[in-house]
Design a protein around this ligand. Structure first.
Ligand code: FE
Length: 268
């Protein structure tokens, strides 16, 4: 399997705290059947300003350490780019890393609770640059839980999505687990990755999530989400997607309603 979203590079963000935990994460990944990892440290303006150059260098150093220890894992550069309206310009300038530095796919993280209204414009700008946006863990965005049709329209225009294995396994609670399954059943998911942050916090494991996707959606869909699509993205090739199906909002849990009312938010 290929893990397309992983914070195993040390010292760059809230992921691996040192080389030792980075190596431990590599062992866990290999034992779980992962053979390649795209290292995607956060880029958040004013907080984690990890440039493409810094990430390329750190990946090279990690690969050297893995090779010295004969750990059969290939690591590739990438970044998880927090939403910012400068992203197209920064990507075009080569300041920020795309997945495996191919210039073809950018992993983009939305804020957790809101979705700005003019996002379509940002996505069109990226697509015009021949960069496909991949949204990281949309299943954990509260506004999308309330209004999944927004995600449907983005996927229709060519945006891809990556959900987190742990969401499917219920580690973020039953509401997010159910929304993840809804997304899968409506062909709104293109990749499943670990989003691992340490050997303990969401460790780099995917095998149980793959098994669960096989049970729910069949083995060939599981192969697409864990192997075929990530491999194509890693190589900078296009992926074949099924047309998404509209997903109407479900009934909200009282917890989600409460959280929204505390922040005075309503995304409808
Ligand atoms: Fe992440």
């Amino acid at each position: 399997m290929i893990d397309l979203h992983n914070h195993m590079l040390p010292f760059l963000d809230d992921g691996a705290s040192d080389w030792e935990s980075s190596i431990q994460m590599a062992h866990i990944a290999v034992d779980d059947g992962i053979r390649a990892v795209v290292c995607t440290p956060h880029w958040v303006q004013g907080c984690y300003e990890n440039s493409r150059a810094v990430i390329l260098d750190a990946v090279e150093r990690l690969q050297k350490r893995l090779d010295e220890r004969s750990i059969p894992l290939k690591v590739y550069p990438g970044a998880e780019l927090h939403l910012d309206f400068d992203l197209p310009q920064r990507l075009a300038d080569g300041q920020l890393a795309t997945l495996n530095d191919t210039g073809r796919y950018a992993l983009i993280e939305l804020p957790v609770d809101i979705v700005p209204f003019n996002l379509k414009t940002l996505f069109w700008e990226l697509i015009a640059l021949n960069i496909t946006p991949i949204l990281s863990h949309p299943e954990r965005n509260l506004a999308l839980t309330r209004n999944p049709m927004r995600l449907f329209h983005w996927v229709e225009m060519g945006v891809l999505t990556q959900v987190t294995g742990a969401s499917l396994m219920g580690r973020f609670g039953p509401q997010i687990q159910k929304f993840t399954i809804d997304l899968l059943e409506h062909d709104l998911v293109h990749v499943i990755a670990s989003d691992a942050h340490s050997p303990k916090m969401r460790a780099p494991r995917l095998a149980s999530a793959r098994k669960e996707v096989s049970r729910l959606m069949g083995a060939s869909t599981a192969k697409e989400l864990f192997i075929t699509n990530p491999r194509a993205i890693l190589s900078g090739n296009s992926i074949t997607t099924r047309p998404p199906r509209p997903l109407e909002p479900g009934r909200e849990s009282s917890t989600i309603r409460k959280i929204f009312s505390i922040f005075g938010l309503d995304s409808r």
